[in-house]
Each structure stands twice: as C-alpha cells, then as structure tokens.
Design a protein around this ligand. Structure first.
Ligand code: G3P
Length: 222
C-alpha cells in the first residue's frame, strides 16, 4: 500500500519524507490556501518545491478550471512543471472528458471528489491513473466511506482496471488499517494519522522497562 500525505505544508512533507515511508503527496485548492499560497507563479513554484522534497513520489496538483478547455490548459501546464506531477481533475462531465484526453496524451491523472461506485467506474473507463474516493467526508454524512473502497475494489478487480484506488479524506489510523485490509492501492491522509500508526502503550511501556532493566544491570556491574 502506498502512503501519500495530504497537505501542502512543506515541513510536514519533509517530516514524512525523512521517515522513509512516503510515496507521494496530494494537495487541493483548500490545502494550498491553508498554507497561504496564492497567485499563479507562487502556486506553480510551490508544486515544484513539493516535487523536490518528495523526489520519487507522485504529486497531485489540482486544476481550478471546470470547463474542458480550461482543464486541458491548466492540466498541461501543471504536467509540464515536473515529471512527478499527477493532474488532479474533479469528477464532473468536463473532467471525465479531460481525463480521457490526458490519458491518451500520456499525462497521469487523479480523479478527485469521488463519492460513489458509479463515479469510480467512469473515472476508470476514462483512463484515470488514480481515483480518489473521499472516505472521511462520506463518514461525515453518516455513509460508510470504507465500504465504498470495498465496492470499488470489487468492480476494478472484476474488469482488471489499472486505475489505482487512492483512499482520500483519511482522518485517522483505523481508516488506514481498514483500507489496507480491503486492498486500497494508496491512502492519503494527514501526518497525524500516519504518525498515530506508531503508537501503542505496550510499546512505550516495554521500552521503558527494557531501558530501566539495562540501567539496573549496568549499575550492578559497577
Ligand atoms: O485531498 C482531498 C481529501 O483528502 C480531502 O480531505 O479531510 O478535507 O475531507 P478532507
């Protein structure tokens, strides 16, 4: 399972990269705004900065346009920035058409804002490299987000679609574990959810015990 971090914060991307477990980065316009990144040139430079930190990973950069020509124009400019860029396109009619265009041109895409199996099927048919079902936002409206991942896994496996299932809007470590059990290809979440996987009180307790015993034995041998 690939681990992507869902942020535009360079420090957090660096921290995840330094941990040695990072396979990519996803961003969206809200995450860019959260970091105070605005204006065409700054946004483009920020994507390059991310690519230079996450050197071997895929970096999703989202288009703002919602019309076909605009999506194509923005997507081509984003893809030209760096070889690691994956163009993030919303699941709308114009977006599906654009994904087909990008796919035919060899430009990789991440179809975002996916909330149903039907949408995921369309994204795969259009040739999306990744599909991003937002599991946390489904949970927010009392719908089982993880169940959607299961449905998409079944459908993609039935027909051998190559589109990778990128579980997005991951909020906590159980989301990651459940997605791994189902066989999501990728998960993207905040650094906090990734670091939470580290935690177990028995690990902390056991380590404290080992260190205390080691100190005791060292003191006794003096
Ligand atoms: O990048 C898209 C997605 O992961 C957003 O997550 O937490 O805003 O629902 P969230």
């Amino acid at each position: 399972m690939k681990f992507f971090i869902d942020t535009a914060n360079l420090e957090q991307i660096r921290e995840a990269q330094d941990l040695g477990i990072l396979d990519g980065v996803t961003t969206n316009p809200s995450l860019m705004a959260k970091e105070g990144i605005s204006g065409h040139d700054r946004v483009m430079k920020h994507y390059v900065d991310i690519c230079e930190i996450c050197v071997d990973g895929d970096v999703s950069a989202e288009v703002i346009a919602t019309d076909y020509d605009g999506i194509i124009r923005e997507g081509e400019a984003l893809a030209a920035l760096h070889a690691n860029i994956v163009v993030k396109v919303p699941m709308i009619k114009e977006g599906v058409k654009a994904i087909r265009y990008f796919s035919d041109k060899g430009i990789r895409t991440n179809c975002t804002l996916v909330f149903s199996a039907g949408q995921a099927l369309l994204a795969a048919k259009a040739g999306a490299s990744y599909v991003s079902p937002f599991i946390g936002r489904l949970d927010d409206v009392s719908t089982d987000g993880v169940q959607l991942i299961e449905q998409i896994r079944l459908i993609y496996d039935n027909y051998g679609f190559n589109t990778e299932i990128l579980a997005a809007s991951v909020r906590h470590p159980m989301h990651i574990i459940q997605c791994a059990e189902i066989g999501a290809d990728v998960m993207t979440g905040p650094l906090s959810a990734i670091l939470a996987l580290l935690k177990h009180p028995l690990t902390d307790h056991g380590l404290a015990q080992f260190l205390a015993d080691h100190r005791k034995a060292a003191d006794a041998s003096r």
